[in-house]
Design a protein around this ligand. Structure first.
Ligand code: 8Y7
Length: 287
């Protein structure tokens, strides 16, 4: 049988081989934020305990990958020092090391990547697409999975006036360049997935063009596609709901992304997304 673009072998994500082909169930990546500002007393012990409790809850709800993030990359946010990011992320990574689920670390910093890989991270999720000086070297000598996300500009200013010639073509050209750079650094293709980066230097029209054309990106590269729409501004723009009212809209977004070929969805609401995808899968596939 000839290989079709979606019949690739299991992907190598650190300790785990994950099935991300079109016949497999789409996977749910749960967001685990370890940013002190989200906790009332800002205490480190308290924030570690809360993060572990949150992770345990996501595991009970059927999460497939846990994405640990210490740095807020929301529009307008300023970047965090390397030390501070390490102090937030590393204790959580150590505590969850043997939880049985693949652990992803959301970081743009080569030193955080290195430390996370030594501590056993199975995946590095870089919203900056491994463009930082030293990022390729930090990940090349390992077997962790890598998510290459597209971002135009930087978080502080990216939503000010994003402009593209042709947003889908520009994002595809970016992936072409980044995949080439990763492969030139000796990184195997079966470690890679791509993500158009909804909301990262994009208007609603840009986000919707990308969402409608996910399949084209997937087939161009024959790599699994990850999509994060959960609670984002684009969901608010469409529904008119504030962030705390975006669950239903986010579920609609996750299903739309999967319908257009995404294989991993990055979400806050794991239990609800797992159920929505289970019904989707039962309705659309006989496996
Ligand atoms: C994404 C992400 C964020 C995304 C990937 C938020 C860290 C903003 N969004 N990583 N990170 N894809 N791969 O609202 O869309 O969650 S942070």
């Amino acid at each position: 049988m000839s290989a079709s673009p979606t019949s690739f072998a299991p992907m190598k994500f650190g300790r785990f081989n994950l099935r991300l082909d079109a016949a497999a169930r789409p996977l749910v990546m749960g967001i685990l934020n370890v940013t002190p500002d989200s906790f009332s007393d800002g205490g480190r012990y308290n924030s570690l305990e809360l993060a572990i409790t949150h992770a345990e809850q996501m595991i009970a709800e059927g999460v497939d990958i846990i994405d640990i993030g210490g740095e807020s990359t929301r529009p307008g946010s300023v970047s965090l020092s390397e030390e501070e990011e390490l102090q937030r992320v590393m204790p959580v990574l150590y505590a969850l090391r043997d939880c049985g689920k693949p652990l992803s670390v959301d970081t743009c910093k080569p030193r955080v990547m290195r430390e996370a890989i030594i501590a056993g991270a199975d995946m590095i999720n870089d919203v900056n697409g491994f463009r930082a000086e030293g990022a390729l070297r930090a990940v090349s000598d390992s077997d962790c999975g890598l998510c290459i996300m597209h971002m135009l500009g930087e978080p502080r200013s990216m939503q000010q006036n994003p402009q593209y010639g042709d947003v889908v073509g520009d994002v595809i050209a970016y992936f072409q360049e980044r995949i080439g750079a990763l492969e030139a650094a000796g990184i195997e293709r079966r470690r890679l997935c791509i993500d158009p980066g909804f909301g990262f230097g994009k208007t609603l029209a840009h986000n919707l063009s990308l969402l409608r054309n996910l399949q084209q990106m997937q087939t161009t590269f024959a790599l699994p596609l990850l999509a994060g729409l959960s609670r984002k501004t684009m969901i608010g723009n469409i529904t008119g709901k504030p962030v705390e009212g975006r669950l239903a809209g986010s579920l609609g977004g996750a299903l739309a992304a999967v319908a257009h070929g995404a294989r991993i969805v990055r979400v806050h609401d794991v239990a609800e997304t797992v159920d929505a995808l289970a019904v989707w899968q039962a309705a659309m596939h006989n496996n």
